[in-house]
Design a protein around this ligand. Structure first.
Ligand SMILES: Cc1cc2nc3c(=O)[nH]c(=O)nc-3n(C[C@H](O)[C@H](O)[C@H](O)COP(=O)(O)OP(=O)(O)OC[C@H]3O[C@@H](n4cnc5c(N)ncnc54)[C@H](O)[C@@H]3O)c2cc1C
Length: 541
């Protein structure tokens, strides 16, 4: 079955998103001639990419393995209009958006779920899970499809077919408790819709991952996402008050008060479950009054080590900005904190040093007090204030970085990100280990840049961007590098992921991270909730 028309004219379109690249086609821009020449020269790229993009009309998607009777049964559950086997709909939900995903999208034969099914209620999700259990069909929950770890790949794993269960009809603000500042949102609400729905009532969620425009409340919860404002508002798993999971065995409802002592916290079991225990249909989250004041300040530090010490001092003092982020020397030199200026000659205000940015949101009094404490700590640690400009510019361009990756792939340059977390005591060692591991397996010169943007009292996440010359089979080249660097992370005792989650890609290292007993515990929970194993096979455990 060929796609035959643009995936963007699908019967069930996703928010404007290229099927074979990141984001809104309207916002994608090719690299300027100057930038392209600079990067190719820097990395020694001479030829064209080994994998050019392909015409969607020539893409071949296997026919659906579901029979007419199967589809009639699915339609009886969710309604006639909410089941599709159109190749375009299936293709739009066939993978996430990692670099390996985008490289696979440059091939004519594509794997895809056998149908897209869009339920509207807990009851419909429950009926779907029962039908899929009885008919040996795998279920892949789908939020925004922004997974970068193979989380939405249509893995059949011994089942007769796969269905993509898209949560987009669960898109409402179901409740807002203004006294407690807790909002209950449907799992399919996207980042912008959450801000719009809450904004109309004077509130904000404050969760802004770089995938904000597409990713959903359910996706944030089950991947334990961390947004750019994690310093001020916390990770998504810090915000969750209650969560509803529909499983093949029934509904698991967890959380009825901010904290309790009722045995292990089942909310934590559902968060991070990545669809393997069932489908999250709604989440109650802490929200904030919309800020009435915002302050921005950029800083220069002599080195990444000096900046990391300043960040540690701030986190351990406990008075945090809303956003706190620092680029290492290389990322600063290449302007990656301000993607709209990439390829220009680096930040002249921070020659040889590192650019840090802070923003503060809240009431004018709270903002002034927090900014004062942070300013004092940064200055004492050798930071030099650059005024509001750099932080405002970062905020302006903060969602545009991922578009660059597709432009780089088009000129034969590989680009991918990876992340980890460790303690402050091991931060420098882990940063060096990752950089060395990538340089050892990718062609010389490979550029490995790093930033800190999720900071805690006891440690931080390190986020790396890798840019390298593609050689041979571009997909195999990156998979080999990723394998080597993930193994290195386990060897140096750092986490295999801080917020990208496990999915299919990190699954082989789960025993190294949580031990065989840890994997057995999660498998036992799955056996209880999903005895037939239909929920997202091949992911997490
Ligand atoms: C360019 C880019 C930037 C990114 N930036 C960030 C970032 O800053 N911070 C961050 O944390 N992550 C980031 N990510 C990763 C990704 O956006 C997150 O993992 C996000 O939380 C996934 O949400 P989603 O709705 O798109 O989920 P999907 O990609 O649709 O699904 C992710 C996983 O969750 C499962 N799932 C989805 N919804 C449900 C549900 N309702 N019930 C049960 N299972 C479900 C899926 O089966 C899959 O296993 C980025 C990704 C990209 C491509």
């Amino acid at each position: 079955m060929t796609v035959g028309s643009s995936p963007n004219s699908a019967p069930f379109p996703v928010p404007p998103m290229r099927w074979d690249a990141w984001g809104d086609p309207e916002l994608a821009a090719p690299l300027s001639e100057g930038t392209s020449t600079l990067i190719r020269g820097m990395l020694g790229v001479t030829g064209e990419t080994t994998l050019p993009t392909i015409d969607p009309a020539t893409v071949i998607v296997p026919p659906s393995r579901l029979s007419g009777e199967d589809l009639a049964a699915l339609r009886a559950i969710v309604g006639d209009d909410w089941v599709s086997t159109a190749a375009v709909d299936r293709l739009l939900r066939a993978s996430g958006k990692s670099t390996p995903d985008l490289l696979r999208r440059r091939r004519p034969h594509q794997d895809a779920p056998d149908a897209v099914v869009i339920p509207a209620s807990d009851d419909q999700v429950g009926q779907l899970l029962t039908w899929c259990t009885d008919h040996r069909v795998a279920v892949v929950p789908f939020g925004g499809g922004t997974s970068v770890v193979g989380g939405v790949d249509p893995v059949a794993d011994g089942f007769g077919a796969t269905v993509s269960v898209d949560l987009r009809r669960m898109d409402a603000l179901l409740d807002l408790d203004e006294v407690s500042q807790v909002a209950t949102l449907g799992a399919g609400v996207t980042g912008p819709d959450a801000e719009r729905l809450l904004g109309e009532r004077g509130y904000s969620l404050g969760h802004f991952p770089q995938s904000f425009r597409y990713a959903t409340i359910g996706g944030f919860a089950v991947t334990r996402s961390s947004g750019q404002a994690s310093a001020g508002y916390g990770r998504f798993d810090d915000m969750v008050q209650a969560i509803t999971l529909v499983t093949p065995r029934g509904i698991l409802q967890a959380g009825r008060s901010p904290k309790n002592a009722v045995g292990p916290d089942l909310r934590q079991l559902i968060m991070g479950s990545e669809g393997v225990f069932g489908v999250v249909t709604r989440v109650a989250v802490r929200v904030h009054r919309r800020p009435t004041a915002t302050e921005y300040e950029g800083w220069r530090f002599d080195s990444f080590d000096a900046a990391a010490q300043a960040f540690r001092a701030v986190a351990q003092e406990g008075v945090m900005p809303t956003v706190m982020r620092v680029s290492d020397e290389l990322e600063t030199a290449l302007n990656l904190a301000r993607p709209t200026e990439i390829g220009e000659s680096g930040d002249k205000a921070v020659p040889g040093g590192c650019l840090a940015i802070t923003t503060f949101e809240g009431s004018p009094t709270a903002v002034a007090a927090r900014a004062g404490v942070v300013r004092e700590t940064f200055a004492a640690a050798g930071g030099q204030s650059l005024g509001p400009g750099p932080a405002q510019m970062w905020e302006h361009g903060r969602f545009s970085g991922p578009y660059l990756r597709d432009a780089l792939l088009d000129i034969g340059v590989g680009c991918e990100t990876l992340e980890t977390a460790t303690t402050w005591a091991r931060l420098a060692e882990v940063k060096t280990a990752v950089t060395t591991a990538l340089a050892a397996v990718l062609p010389e010169p490979t550029v490995v840049m790093c930033h800190l943007s999720h900071t805690y009292a006891t440690g931080a996440s390190l986020y790396f961007t890798v840019v390298y010359r593609q050689e041979g089979d571009a997909l195999e080249q990156w998979l080999a590098a990723k394998h080597h660097v993930t193994t290195t992370l386990t060897e140096v005792g750092a986490s295999i992921t801080h917020h990208h989650a496990v999915g299919r890609d990190h699954r082989p290292w789960m025993s190294a991270e949580i031990g065989d007993l840890g994997v057995a515990v999660l498998s036992a929970v799955k056996a209880v909730l999903d005895p037939a194993g239909v929920c997202n096979p091949g992911k997490l455990i």
